[in-house]
Design a protein around this ligand. Structure first.
Ligand SMILES: [Ca+2]
Length: 81
C-alpha cells in the first residue's frame, strides 16, 4: 500500500475507532472528539474545546460527521506543510 493510501486508511480507522464509542457510529460527539484529540493529537494543545467543537461542526447539528472531520484534518495538514 502506498503511503498516501495508508494515510487515508488511518484517517478512516481513527474516525471509526472514536465515533463508535457512543451513540451514532457515523458521527463524533463532543466527548468522542475530546478523547480523539487527547489520544491522537496531544501536541495540538486544544483547551477551548467548546469553541473547537463548534468550529468543526460546520452544519451545527451538534455532532461531527466524517466529512467535517476530514475537512478539519485536511486544513490542519495544510497548516503543517
Ligand atoms: Ca455536524
Amino acid at each position: 500500500m502506498s503511503a498516501l493510501a495508508q494515510a487515508m486508511a488511518l484517517l478512516m480507522a481513527t474516525f471509526n475507532k472514536y465515533a463508535g464509542k457512543e451513540g451514532d457510529k457515523n458521527t463524533l460527539t463532543k466527548a468522542e472528539l475530546i478523547e480523539l484529540l487527547r489520544n491522537e493529537l496531544p501536541g495540538a494543545g486544544v483547551t477551548e474545546v467548546d469553541e473547537f467543537f463548534s468550529m468543526l461542526d460546520g452544519d451545527k447539528d451538534g455532532v461531527v460527521d466524517f466529512k467535517e472531520y476530514v475537512t478539519f484534518v485536511t486544513a490542519l495538514t495544510v497548516l503543517c506543510n
